[in-house]
Ligand binder design. Structure first.
Ligand code: ADP
Length: 862
């Protein structure tokens, strides 16, 4: 366009005043004009195909003067003019050339100006090219930042062939200020225009990039805050779509809340929160969600922080222990010491109590009493036959149907962190390929570790350090040594007959009457009946069977009272066959309904203790235990005090030895095991078993043969060796004992130990075997009612043995009058109950010869 101009020199042109717009050449823009003179001016210019000069006002004023206009402007062509109904016009103008006002003439028709064209001057063309190039590049960046840039601008920039054209197009379309635009418009030198544009474009780019960066940062921050909200909303929406209602989502929240209320350690809470979130995202009916829900319910059901307050009154504790159990002086004292020490030092990491003794001696119930004395909750698990470590420690929750182990299950049951926890039969755990339960137990019982016991199912540590553990065992031998080391052993030996009858009368009978709902009835047991139960219906160290038999007896009494037919069951009964507990109460009310004394005689079987005529085995049986006439043979079972009709009368019954037979059937244990006749070759040993002590009869007989020693009765290795030692000892001392000369060569000796149920091993039968052998060889019976025990050596010494208390109690129970013990066991008899020591004779020996001499008084030689 250089050199070629549309200007007509000295020709005045109408002025088109622009407000904000700066018109550049090559720009096509619409324009509105509503002032009548301007409209007219424009119409005439359009009609005459005349150019106008468009320049902008410096500021918006009503009647502008020359100075109010920018002197730089653009020559413009009116491409189109449209008259609007309100008298205004809309024109489209195109910028053609730049110019400067030379002369300004205001007339009444409008403003007129004389223009001088701005002819661009160019030098140093390569520099211009370089500038142009860098502007084009900067524009590319600009496009990148300013996405809304109309595409036609981009294409016209690309199409521009002339540097001034480029400046005009960009100047007209970039977002520049009015002043910047006027400057761009006014420069004559192309280089200056390009430079100025380059600077403007660069600063614009910089600003845009900064803006973008800031936007990005702001967005990021906003995103972070909003993302969670957004995602949560999304999840909720998805859940809604999948048909899960809010309740399922609330369930996870509620579980979380329930767990939080239990105030668990932070680690547990963190895990719980994580799993609750996971639960809320799972399909509620899916198996996985079921597993997770059960898991979380377990967590929420465990106590975590609840504790009960200990009762610190030792006097009271002592009273409670006495209330629950007869005698047990030593165990009770040791328990009280233990409690006292624990209370002085609350968080004492003390040993674990272990009650050892035969079954039914009250170990479990003593544990329960300790809990009651301390005011603690009580839980108990039985370890008998536990082989699998998982029973203690649980299965991982990935297993189908997995559950926590017994320890955690019991802690849930306890509901507090500090219960008394009884581990029953700790000597009965086994280990095999499924892991070693003992090592898991070790972790439970070790105060150094048990504050963070990890159950496989729970996966989070559980604090067991507040728990008071008590264990029970029948024997110490089978407890794994590391476990045994942790425990303070309290021995609870078996009971004597006298002790048993006291326990029965003062504890078991009242308890059973109460438990069977006969509390209001007056059931009495004659001492002889109790003794009969002890002697002939049970044969045990403890009182478990005794308790069972007494329970049976009481229930049968109640049942017969109802079965009589004259007695009716209470109204509320559903008519079904009365059983167990229900019977008791039924009996009381039913029996109370009997108002007529005569009715009694018509009630067969209820009369106290009278045997039914159809039981001949008991009618003619003698009752030696029963002192004097059997008072209760008189109908005493039901003595209703029926002074007034409707008044209830207590149910009365006295249990006699005869009624025991009537209700429980024939005696179960007679003194069979003890051979009542004296025979050569028979000796009574005493054995210790887990069930308590027992008598161990040994029989020996001599046959002609070749000097063989035959052993039968499933003897263990140790016992077989004892038998051989006994045989050798007698051979060595054959002369002293006046034994037949040919016995080692010509006589077979058969030793048999009957009663298959007793495990027969251990060295303590040495003296018994020797005595039986000697008696068989000499044909002289041993002293009557003497029970013996003692290990022997080849040189004839008698060594100490274990389990003296249990063994002596067994001998006492079996009516032995004397026990022969090793000298070294003399001290052990000091702890025996008085009624045993006063009724039995004790003989001690350190020498086998002396012992045999006592058992088998020497015959007159010859
Ligand atoms: P263990 O655990 O030793 O096998 P249990 O604790 O089960 O024995 O006792 C059996 C029953 O005998 C319980 O009802 C218990 O109360 C009772 N018992 C045992 N010893 C005594 C005792 N010394 N005084 C009162 N009751 C006792």
């Amino acid at each position: 366009m250089i050199g070629k101009t549309l200007f007509t020199p000295m020709k005045e042109l109408p002025l088109l005043p622009l407000k904000e717009l700066i018109l550049f050449p090559h720009m096509v823009v619409p324009f509105f004009a509503d002032s009548a003179p301007l409209v007219k001016l424009l119409e005439e210019a359009h009609k005459g195909n005349q150019l106008v000069f468009a320049t902008s006002l410096k500021k918006d004023v009503k009647n502008p003067l020359e100075n109010d206009f920018n002197s730089v402007g653009t020559l413009a062509k009116i491409l189109q003019l449209l008259r609007l109904p309100d008298g205004s016009v809309r024109i489209i103008i195109e910028g053609k050339e730049r110019g400067v006002i030379q002369r300004f003439t205001p007339r009444k028709e409008g403003y007129f100006v004389l223009i001088k064209p701005i002819i661009p001057s160019r030098d140093n063309l390569p520099e211009l090219k370089g500038l142009e190039k860098s502007i084009r590049e900067a524009f590319k960046d600009y496009q990148g930042y300013y996405k809304q840039l109309p595409p036609e601008i981009v294409s016209s920039v690309e199409a521009a062939t002339d540097p001034d054209q480029l400046v005009d197009i960009l100047g007209g379309n970039l977002k520049l200020s009015k002043e910047q635009k006027i400057q761009l418009l006014g420069f004559t030198k192309t280089r200056r225009r390009l430079e100025h544009l380059a600077v403007l474009l660069a600063s614009e780019n910089e600003m845009l990039s900064l803006q973008k960066e800031i936007n990005l940062k702001v967005r990021k921050r906003m995103e972070k805050n909003q993302k969670e909200y957004f995602l949560n909303e999304k999840i909720r929406e998805i859940n809604r779509e999948l048909g899960r209602d809010e309740e399922d989502l609330d369930e996870a929240k509620e579980l979380e809340e329930r767990i939080r209320r239990k105030n668990p350690p932070q680690e547990v809470m963190d895990k719980a929160v994580k799993e609750c979130r996971r639960l809320s995202k799972l399909q509620p009916m899916s198996p996985e969600s079921g597993v997770l829900r059960t898991y979380l319910e377990w967590i929420s059901d465990l106590p975590w922080s609840e504790r009960s307050r200990d009762i610190k009154d030792i006097q009271r504790a002592a009273r409670i222990l006495d209330e629950d159990h007869y005698n047990m002086k030593k165990p009770k004292e040791r328990i009280l010491d233990f409690i006292a020490v624990r209370q002085l030092k609350a968080n004492l990491k003390g040993p674990i109590l272990c009650f050892v003794g035969p079954p039914g001696t009250g170990k479990t119930s003593l544990g329960k009493s300790v809990a009651r004395a301390l005011g603690r909750e009580f839980v108990r698990i039985s370890l008998g036959g536990v082989r699998d470590e998982a029973e203690i420690r649980g299965h991982r929750k990935t297993y189908i149907g997995a559950l926590p182990g017994k320890i955690i299950q019991s802690m849930k049951k306890a509901g507090v962190m500090n219960p008394v926890f009884l581990l029953d039969e700790i000597d009965k755990i086994n280990s095999d390929f499924r892991g070693d339960p003992a090592s898991a137990l070790l972790e439970v019982l070790d105060p150094e570790q048990n504050f963070s016991f990890v159950d496989h199912y729970l996966e989070v540590p559980f604090d067991l350090s507040g728990v008071m553990f008590i264990t029970t065992a029948n024997s110490l031998h089978s407890i794994p040594a590391p476990l045994r080391d942790r425990m303070e052993v309290i021995e609870i030996p078996g009971y004597t007959e006298y002790e048993k009858s006291c326990i029965a009368t003062d504890f078991i009978i009242p308890k059973q009457i109460e438990e069977n709902g006969l509390a209001e009835a007056q059931i009495k047991f004659q001492p002889a009946a109790v003794l009969k139960l002890i002697r002939e219906y049970t044969m045990e160290s403890g009182v478990r069977n005794l308790e069972r038999e007494i329970g049976n007896l009481i229930r049968k009494i109640a049942r017969e009272a109802i079965a009589s037919g004259k007695l009716t069951l209470p109204e509320e009964s559903d008519g079904s066959t009365p059983t167990g507990e229900a019977l008791g109460e039924a009996a009381v009310s039913a029996v109370s309904a009997v108002l007529n004394e005569n009715a009694l005689e018509q009630v067969p079987g209820i009369e106290g203790g009278d045997p039914p005529p159809s039981a001949p085995s008991t009618t003619d049986r003698e009752e030696p235990e029963s002192p004097g006439p059997d008072l209760t043979a008189v109908p005493a079972a039901l003595i209703p005090k029926a002074d007034k009709p409707g008044k209830t009368a207590p149910f009365r019954y006295t249990v006699t030895p005869r009624s025991v037979v009537k209700f429980l059937g024939k005696e179960r244990f007679t003194e069979d095991r003890v051979y009542s006749e004296v025979r050569p070759g028979l000796a009574h040993g005493m054995a210790w078993t887990e069930m308590g002590g027992t008598l161990l009869p040994v029989e020996a007989s001599v046959l002609t043969g070749s000097g063989e020693l035959i052993l039968t009765g499933s003897l263990g290795d140790v016992m077989k060796e004892s038998a051989k030692a006994a045989h050798s000892f007698l051979r060595a001392h054959a002369e002293e004992f006046h034994l037949p000369e040919e016995f080692p060569q010509k006589m077979d000796i058969h030793i048999h130990v009957p009663e298959g149920a007793i495990p027969k091993d251990g060295p303590s039968a040495g003296i018994t075997l020797t005595a039986a052998l000697l008696s068989a060889l000499t044909g002289v019976p041993l002293r009557e009612k003497v029970a013996m025990t003692g290990e022997i050596t080849l040189t004839g010494r008698v060594l100490a043995i274990g389990g003296v208390k249990e063994k002596v109690l067994a001998a006492h129970r079996n009516k032995m009058t004397t026990v022969l013990l090793p000298e070294a066991n003399r001290k052990d008899t000091a702890e025996l109950p008085r009624e045993v020591t006063s009724q039995m004779e004790f003989v001690y020996t350190a020498s086998l010869k002396e012992g045999l001499a006592y058992l088998l008084p020497p015959r007159e030689s010859g």
